[in-house]
Design a protein around this ligand. Structure first.
Ligand SMILES: [Zn+2]
Length: 191
C-alpha cells in the first residue's frame, strides 16, 4: 500500500487486469484520477465519451471509464462510497486565484498531476476533466451545480479494474473546499 501525502500526487503504471484500490484512511477526502494508454499518451481519459457511452454522469460500481478514442480504460468493480464526479476539472492555481482573489501559491491537483505525469509524456494541456473519486457535486433540475461534502468517510474505498496497459495519475485533492475543510492523505493499492 502506498500513501499519497496531503495535497500531493503520484503517477504509476498499471497492466491489464490489475486492480487499483483507492482508500480514504483518515476521513472524507477526494482523489483526482487521470490516465492515458501506455505508449499512446495522447489517448487519454474522456469524461464526455464516458458520460455518453455509459448514459449517466454519475459513476459507480459497474460503470466503465472511456478514452478519447472510445476504448474502455477502467471498470469500476467496487465502490463503498457510491458517488464520484466526472463533471469538473481538477483544482488548479487558476481556480484558487478565481476563488480567493489572490496570487498566493496554493498546491493543486492540476500541478500535482502535471508533475507526476510529465515524465510519462503527458503535458499539462492534455489534463482535462479528471475522474474525481469520492467527489460529490449536487445539482438542481435546472443544472446548477454545487460542491458538497465528499461521499467518502474513514476507510471508504473504490476498486478500479484496469482494462489495458496504462499510465495513471492520482492525487490527494489539494482543495480544502472539496474535502470538508481539511485536506487528508489518500492510500492506494495495486494488486
Ligand atoms: Zn483537487
Amino acid at each position: 500500500m502506498i500513501r499519497i501525502p496531503t495535497q500531493h500526487g503520484n503517477a504509476f503504471e498499471l497492466k491489464a487486469g490489475q486492480r487499483l484500490k483507492v482508500m480514504t484512511p483518515l476521513g472524507p477526502q477526494v482523489a483526482d484520477l487521470f490516465c492515458v494508454f501506455k505508449g499512446q499518451p495522447k489517448d487519454s481519459l474522456s469524461s464526455g465519451r464516458s458520460i455518453d457511452y455509459e448514459d449517466s454522469f454519475l459513476f459507480t460500481t459497474g460503470n466503465f471509464l472511456i478514452s478519447q478514442s472510445g476504448e474502455r480504460m477502467f471498470e469500476i468493480e467496487d465502490d463503498t462510497a457510491g458517488r464520484n464526479d466526472f463533471l469538473v476539472a481538477p483544482c488548479s492555481a487558476q481556480m484558487f486565484r478565481m476563488i480567493s482573489g489572490t496570487d498566493t501559491y496554493h498546491p493543486s491537483c492540476l500541478e500535482n498531476l502535471t508533475k507526476a505525469l510529465q515524465p510519462f509524456g503527458v503535458e499539462e494541456w492534455q489534463i482535462g476533466t479528471t475522474f474525481n473519486l469520492f467527489m460529490r457535486i449536487g445539482f438542481t433540475a435546472h443544472g446548477k451545480i454545487k460542491l458538497l461534502k465528499p461521499s467518502s468517510n474513514k476507510n471508504s474505498y473504490i476498486v478500479l479494474k484496469s482494462l489495458a496497459e496504462m499510465i495513471v495519475g492520482l492525487t490527494a485533492c489539494a482543495d480544502e473546499g472539496s474535502n470538508g475543510g481539511v485536506c487528508k492523505p489518500i492510500d492506494y493499492l495495486i494488486y
